[in-house]
Design a protein around this ligand. Structure first.
Ligand code: ZN
Ligand code: ZN
Length: 138
């Protein structure tokens, strides 16, 4: 099984927005979503240097340090033709924004208020998400 990677905006020093979005999934999926999020939220240009920096900032997925008030969106819980396995976590508004962009650009969902509502309704608390995740092996 491919190792899942994670990238967390909190690990970047140049983050004046105080963004705390975390993106987890297969490396290619994470890079794609992170490049887009970096461009739209943080103003990073989409160029090879940015991609290299993001790629080197990825870590193997570890246990989620769940915090009350943070939400998780899990693409694995929705039917998708692109077999997407990304999960996003963070404060509700940050997650809704990054997931909406991802759904429109990568899942080719037409943008609509209903889409945004569906994403918002599908969020689970980070603390609950951890409990429902499969128990780690021995
Ligand atoms: Zn961010
Ligand atoms: Zn997805």
């Amino acid at each position: 099984m491919q190792v899942r990677k994670t990238i967390d905006c909190r690990q970047f020093p140049n983050n004046p927005q105080g963004c705390s979005v975390t993106i987890t999934g297969r490396e290619d999926e994470v890079l794609k979503a992170a490049v887009r999020h970096g461009r739209t939220v943080h103003g990073y240009p989409d160029k090879p240097e940015t991609r290299a920096e993001l790629a080197s900032a990825m870590r193997p997925e570890g246990p989620l340090s769940a915090q009350p008030g943070r939400k998780v969106a899990d693409c694995r819980s929705i039917p998708s033709e692109i077999n997407c396995s990304l999960t996003f976590s963070g404060p509700e508004e940050e997650v809704v924004k990054v997931v909406t962009e991802h759904a429109v650009e990568d899942h080719h969902e037409p943008y609509s208020p209903e889409l945004v509502k569906m994403i918002r309704d599908g969020l689970v608390d980070e603390t609950r998400f951890q409990e429902s995740a499969p128990a780690p092996g021995p």
